[in-house]
Design a protein around this ligand. Structure first.
Ligand code: BDR
Ligand code: CA
Length: 342
């Protein structure tokens, strides 16, 4: 099994990433660490604990990150996020924006995992050490190099690289969901995770650690649809009901919140792509080594992954940018993973 740490902010697609990682049986998940992004740190941590307990993954330790990005406040990220969105046009959009006090709420809801109610009194609790120390502990104690799979803002990974430079040589690769190269969702090069913590993103992208970037270029090319949801529901175990409800909810909220994309009955499951690429690198059908810089001093473009995808600058490529994956194989991996959960 491949030893990994998953750093996440569940989040509907983070939930799917956890289910895929655990249910694939191919990864040795040494720890799950949490970061604020789709919701507050207490909610993303709670959500990670709930998902892991519900799917039967109680043995995986969970360590909690921090509420704010490395330099900026969470509130500032939220205000910047609102400022770059199209102005709300109807009353329900306006009231949603007014009540929104967390960065990912427009898609992932008030809890960060709206659409399914987990049983109360989860016995699974976070470890007493924080996320950064947990990553360091796992890396230090492991004989084999560790693959990091971040599926949220890169706060914990950036802090780890700064705090434990003596351990970074033991990171085999960072397989991350974040960034975008040629796919424009709102503004060029802008993606939520890199946007929320630009300084952390810069530290990670300049670290020299091998990076595979599963950004919007690939995540919007492998969409799940009604058929995938039906197949997951048909698995018929405890986890399948939870995954089905959350994927249903995500599709509705994602597609209405980003209605300019005109997606109807299909939707990306971003974070699961970064996990799938570690489970089976042969899933990747198109990728390019590209020099990517991170914007940290712009007004509109903070956190942007500025990709020299035509190699105009002649600079050393630092990132493998993934463009395409085998859609069918990827979706059937999701279904099979659910089958192997509780
Ligand atoms: C990323 O942002 C979050 O909303 C998702 O969980 C994913 O990690 C997509 O931009
Ligand atoms: Ca995420």
């Amino acid at each position: 099994k491949i030893p990994v740490v998953i750093d996440c902010d569940p989040g509907h697609d983070d939930m799917m990433a956890l289910v895929l990682a655990y249910g694939s049986g191919k990864l040795d998940i040494r720890a799950v660490t949490t970061v604020a992004g789709n919701n507050t740190i207490s909610n993303t941590t709670n959500n990670a604990l709930n998902v892991l307990h519900y799917i039967g993954a109680d043995e995986i330790p969970v360590a909690m990150g921090y509420q704010d990005p490395i330099v900026r406040s969470h509130k500032e990220s939220m205000d910047r996020l609102k400022a770059r969105r199209p102005k709300p046009t109807n009353n329900s959009e306006k009231s949603r924006e007014n009540t929104e006090n967390i960065t990912g709420a427009s898609v992932h809801g008030i809890t960060g995992l709206d659409g399914f109610t987990f049983p109360p009194d989860n016995p699974k609790k976070p470890e007493s050490i924080r996320a950064v120390e947990m990553i360091a502990r796992v890396v230090r104690e492991s004989e084999a190099p560790i693959t990091l799979i971040p599926t949220g803002p890169l706060t914990n990974i950036g802090l780890f690289i700064k705090a434990f430079p003596d351990l970074t040589h033991k990171i085999k690769r960072i397989s991350l969901m974040g960034g975008t190269c040629e796919f424009i969702l709102s503004r060029p090069f802008m993606e939520f995770n890199t946007f929320v913590d630009p300084e952390a993103t810069k530290i990670v992208f300049e670290s020299g650690i091998p990076i595979t970037m599963f950004g919007y270029d690939v995540t919007y090319s492998v969409l799940y649809d009604r058929r995938t949801i039906d197949q997951i529901e048909a698995v018929g175990n405890q986890s399948s009901g939870m995954v089905k409800s959350l994927l249903d909810t995500f599709m509705v909220r994602h597609n209405s919140s980003l209605n300019h994309l005109k997606l109807k009955d299909s939707c990306p499951v971003h974070d699961a792509c970064a996990v799938a690429g570690v489970i089976d690198p042969e899933l990747i059908t198109e990728s390019k080594m590209i020099h990517v810089d991170i914007e940290t001093s712009g007004t509109y473009f903070d956190g942007a992954t500025v990709c020299d995808y035509v190699s105009a600058l002649g600079l050393e490529p630092n990132v493998e940018v993934v463009y395409r994956m085998d859609n069918e194989k990827f979706l059937s991996m999701l279904v099979e993973a659910v089958r192997n959960c509780k």
